[in-house]
Write a protein that binds this ligand. Structure first.
Ligand code: GLN
Length: 258
């Protein structure tokens, strides 16, 4: 199921991050090395990035509004993507290649990243019997889902917490615990950024990270660029900024907001 990554650091081209590394996300779409479920990630892909200035989030002046490029085709089948990738530069990027879960929408609306205001989100995993998952969504929220998939339901559950002002770590931890309790075999590797921080969970699939001076990369698996790659343990929450990474076991009580 899916491979995803998020980056914070000095401006890089999307190509540098997504296609140039020896075992890039691009390669991971047909040859993932550590993926625990599924074989190829050919059911679409998406990239979200933050422009340096200008376009700010509506009602939230000063905060960057991310842009997205999502397609339903395999990333290797998109002849336009290399043109964008070599010319778009950003300090924050979130990208995913998708292996669709049965019963979900196949078009680009189901490809990560999902977005709300300044937030970008991706889900690597699957929730069994997700159409009957008990949630606290209102009927209006359920009807407003962007697409028909388990990831969209998870995202709506997280968005309502973020909109209430909950910190991202608390929102992800609460939703993973809630869904994990209702669906013990669910796989819930979540990835969230607001342009300045990355919050992620490892819950059923692999999660790695690499830090360097003023830079951090969080990814489903290493892309084989040199560096100190470390694996986050399963059932953990990862909080990353360019200053460092914190890992918190997810069985523990909610982390207090920073
Ligand atoms: N279940 C989600 C979907 O169908 C995510 C699958 C995955 O991990 N790629 O899109």
């Amino acid at each position: 199921m899916c491979r995803h990554l998020a980056y914070l650091g000095p401006p890089v081209t999307l190509a540098r991050l997504l296609t140039e590394p020896a075992h890039s996300l691009y390669e991971q779409s047909w040859r993932p090395a550590r993926q625990r479920h599924g074989t190829v990630n050919a059911d679409g892909f998406g990239v979200g990035w933050y422009p340096d200035r200008a376009d700010t989030t509506e009602g939230d002046p000063g905060l960057p509004r991310p842009a997205r490029y999502r397609r339903a085709v395999p990333v290797w089948a998109d002849a336009n993507f290399p043109e964008l990738a070599r010319t778009i530069t950003s300090r924050t990027v979130l990208a995913a290649v998708r292996s669709a879960t049965a019963g979900t929408t196949q078009d680009e609306s189901a490809a990560a990243p999902f977005r709300d205001g300044r937030w970008l989100f991706s889900h690597n995993g699957a929730v069994p019997d997700w159409t009957r998952l008990p949630t606290d969504l209102t009927a209006a929220e359920a009807l407003a889902l962007e697409t028909h998939s388990d990831s969209a339901v998870l995202w709506a559950m997280i968005v309502r917490r973020l909109r209430r002002g909950e910190p991202p770590a608390g929102a992800l931890a609460a939703v993973v615990r809630q869904v994990g309790a209702a669906r013990p075999t669910a796989r819930l590797n979540l990835l969230l950024t607001d342009g300045h921080t990355i919050t992620a969970t490892a819950w059923g699939d692999t999660l790695w990270y690499r830090t360097g001076p003023g830079t951090v990369l969080v990814a489903s698996e290493p892309d084989d660029t040199p560096g100190d790659w470390r694996e986050a343990p399963d059932r953990s929450l990862l909080l990353a900024t360019t200053a460092g990474v914190r890992i918190i076991p997810l069985r523990a009580p909610d982390p207090s907001p920073k």
